[in-house]
Design a protein around this ligand. Structure first.
Ligand SMILES: NC(=O)c1ccc[n+]([C@@H]2O[C@H](COP(=O)([O-])OP(=O)(O)OC[C@H]3O[C@@H](n4cnc5c(N)ncnc54)[C@H](OP(=O)(O)O)[C@@H]3O)[C@@H](O)[C@H]2O)c1
Length: 335
């Protein structure tokens, strides 16, 4: 490991040492870990919160505890998004140098002053993109681009329906679908209609006033961030060769979360002509590079609800737990 930056022995971080709601997250002093092998140490300039953090903090669905610790979490620091500066390198790292500004999706730990991350999960941050915008983009932007480009293969002119357009994933999905040349119909509640329209949606349906499945419109792609309707109802608004992309589903089942819905939807698609796509977003460097280029050109811009310090992480995660968080909450170290 080589380093020129003075790295302290300890750092401040948000951490949860037991499973529970947001209030198990406290601000703590933790050791700064040195990178090994193909990892880098990043001085964090910003991170952001995702539904993923809520899952890890609550330990639900319980299936997740098989890998994250049955009684208490192994991954104690939230934050799968990171943007910051590389300050130390593991001995096998060749693609980054100390001082490089990077962003990406990592295995948690972003809500801290420093985090060790696999170099393969990061890309260079374009200089014209702020750390805050880059940190808001990782998980949510990757989910949108992979759902729409890789799985739904959205083509110019496709009619894309986005259910749940006002959260982290939805606000990116509206913009990514527009960047791919689609006609976008977005579904959200009254208070978010103007925000979603300002992101470029061609049509916005306020689900509190109108049933988004009731009209005559038919779609080529449905990106479903909510999973709140029956498979038969959803398929009825899709063209015969349409693609249904399951980003999420109802979370009420504490054992397997949204996977029960995904199986029912998969079965419905198997018995119809539409295709079913379910995926977990992955930190692909090509996709991150494209998101970075779109941020730099202004083709997409993160919708950021607010910026908080580590002491705001508990409330932010609790807000995500309501299922009605608006856009992105970004976490910035207070040093
Ligand atoms: N597959 C993957 O790799 C992957 C990656 C990231 C996230 N996810 C999942 O995808 C889902 C979306 O994530 P997210 O980050 O966007 O945050 P989220 O917290 O799940 O979504 C929040 C948004 O959902 C909207 N919503 C809630 N009920 C709705 C309804 N009945 N109809 C339409 N919209 C509704 C809310 O808007 P209103 O307040 O306007 O209702 C809110 O803005 C989450 O369940 C998450 O777990 C999956």
């Amino acid at each position: 490991m080589s380093d020129t930056h003075a790295i302290p022995a300890t750092m401040t971080a948000a951490a949860a040492r037991r499973y529970g709601s947001g209030d198990v997250v406290n601000v703590e002093e933790l050791k700064v870990v040195k990178p090994t092998k193909d990892d880098v140490l990043v001085k964090v300039e910003a991170s952001s919160l995702n539904a993923l953090d809520w899952h890890f903090v609550t330990g639900t669905p319980y299936l997740l505890r098989l890998t994250n610790g049955l009684r208490r979490p192994r991954r104690i620091v939230p934050g799968a998004d990171v943007a910051g500066t590389v300050v130390a390198l593991g001995p096998e790292v060749t693609e980054f140098a100390i001082g490089d500004e990077v962003f990406g999706e990592i295995d948690g730990g972003g809500c801290a002053d420093y985090v060790v991350a696999a170099a393969a999960k990061l890309v260079a941050k374009p200089p014209e993109v702020s750390f805050v915008d880059a940190a808001a983009t990782g998980v949510a932007g990757l989910t949108a681009i992979q759902g729409l480009r890789k799985h739904a293969d959205v083509q110019p002119g496709d009619r894309v329906l986005i259910n749940g357009a006002a959260g982290g994933v939805g606000t990116f999905a509206v913009q990514v679908a527009k960047a791919l040349g689609a006609h976008v119909t977005a579904v959200c509640s009254t208070r978010n209609v103007e925000m979603v329209r300002s992101l470029g949606a061609d049509e916005v349906i306020d689900y509190t006033a109108e049933d988004f499945l009731a009209g005559d419109a038919r779609f080529d792609v449905l990106l479903d961030n909510v999973g709140n309707r029956e498979p038969g109802e959803l398929l009825r608004v899709l063209h015969p060769d349409a693609r249904y992309v399951a980003v999420s589903g109802p979370k009420e089942n504490l054992w397997w979360g949204p996977f029960g819905f995904a199986v029912r939807m998969w079965w419905a698609c198997k018995r119809s002509s539409q295709s079913f796509h379910h995926f977990i977003a992955a930190p692909d460097q090509d996709d991150l590079g494209d998101l970075g280029a779109w941020l730099a050109s202004g083709a997409i811009r993160p919708a950021i609800q607010r910026t908080v310090g580590f002491d705001g992480v508990a409330d932010g995660i609790a807000e995500i737990g309501t299922g009605h968080v608006k856009a992105k909450i970004v976490v910035v170290p207070s040093r």
